[in-house]
Design a protein around this ligand. Structure first.
Ligand code: AMP
Length: 299
């Protein structure tokens, strides 16, 4: 079954203590779509300007990502730049140039409207709502967010939480949303806001799920060499929903394994700048790491 992914399609300029790479293919939807593509067909919804390199369109196509919902308009593609500290966790946004993103109205092609699995990747909650308004009877909807929307669009976000099955956010966002310092305690508070599944990402320390079957801890794959963690969160949720779409059936029964697959997809993302590493792997590489992670976490 297929996955609909809406989010940012961007050019990212990324600086780490060791290197600098301008105008890489990035954006929440790009990272999530490539990760999901290892498991299921992807319908992408996004917007780019006429400066968007054709090589990046080819890259989406190589991953068999459906681009009927990718709007190309006159103007500049959304450009984000960020710089990492030596620990490769702390990140500073250097610039956000919205470009054509400012006019983004995610209207779905007719052929997308019955997509069963929906990922509302990081974009303004109003746009996430607009996508949900058009989709017909989805089987599973997960939304991601960022601190910016907690700061400037909280009422929209709170309304969205009542319309989705799963909400994915990172630990600092969970603290901000619930005004609760203890992440485990914040889970119950977020459930009260609406979603049946709450997943809190903790970067290199993995992620925690709270759902009908209780808590689950998904470890991050231990990496010796982190090159660029940009998009790891998006790859995690993209891999997770891609796996759910691939196996179908009952989400309760599959969501834990889905998180492990997401965690492994995120690990490949961190091993190269932008999507450089993820776009060079095969589905079998993911399967191999999932098996390794299974051994690492067994006791
Ligand atoms: P992550 O590392 O998972 O937080 O995701 C990083 C990605 O988010 C980058 O590829 C950026 O292009 C994208 N991004 C940064 N700021 C925004 C924003 N305001 N809205 C949507 N996407 C963004």
């Amino acid at each position: 079954m297929s996955v609909l992914i809406v989010g940012s399609t961007a050019l990212d300029s990324i600086k780490t203590p060791n290197a600098e790479n301008p105008r890489l293919l990035g954006g929440s939807a790009s990272h999530a779509a490539v990760a999901a593509s290892f498991f299921a067909p992807v319908n992408l919804v996004g917007i780019v300007g006429d400066d968007f390199p054709t090589a990046y369109v080819s890259l989406y196509r190589r991953h068999k990502i459906n681009l009927d919902g990718l709007q190309t308009v006159t103007g500049k593609t959304f450009h984000w730049s960020g710089e990492y500290e030596v620990n490769m966790n702390n990140r500073r946004t250097l610039a956000t140039e919205l470009g054509v993103f400012e006019t983004f109205n995610p209207n779905l092609p007719e052929s997308y409207k019955k997509t069963p699995y929906v990922l509302l990747a990081n974009i303004a909650p109003a746009l996430q709502h607009h996508v949900l308004d058009q989709i017909k009877k989805p089987k599973f909807v997960v939304a991601d967010t960022m601190d910016l929307w907690l700061n400037i669009a909280l009422p929209d976000l709170l309304k969205l939480l009542k319309r989705i099955d799963a909400f994915v956010l990172n630990d600092s966002e969970a603290r901000q949303l619930t005004e609760e310092n203890n992440v485990v305690k914040s889970l119950a508070k977020i459930h009260k806001m609406g979603p049946k599944y709450v997943i809190i990402k903790k970067g290199e320390h993995g992620a925690i799920l709270s759902g009908p079957k209780g808590l689950f801890i998904s470890p991050a794959f231990p990496l010796e060499n982190v090159i660029d963690p940009t998009g790891a969160g998006d790859s995690f949720v993209g891999g997770m929903i891609g796996y759910l779409a691939q196996v179908g059936g009952n989400v309760d029964q599959n969501i834990r394994r889905a998180m492990i697959h997401g965690s492994v997809a995120a690990s490949f993302c961190c091993e190269g700048f932008g999507l450089n590493r993820t776009t060079k792997i095969k589905a079998a590489d993911i399967t191999r790491r999932v098996k390794q992670l299974e051994k690492l976490a067994a006791f």
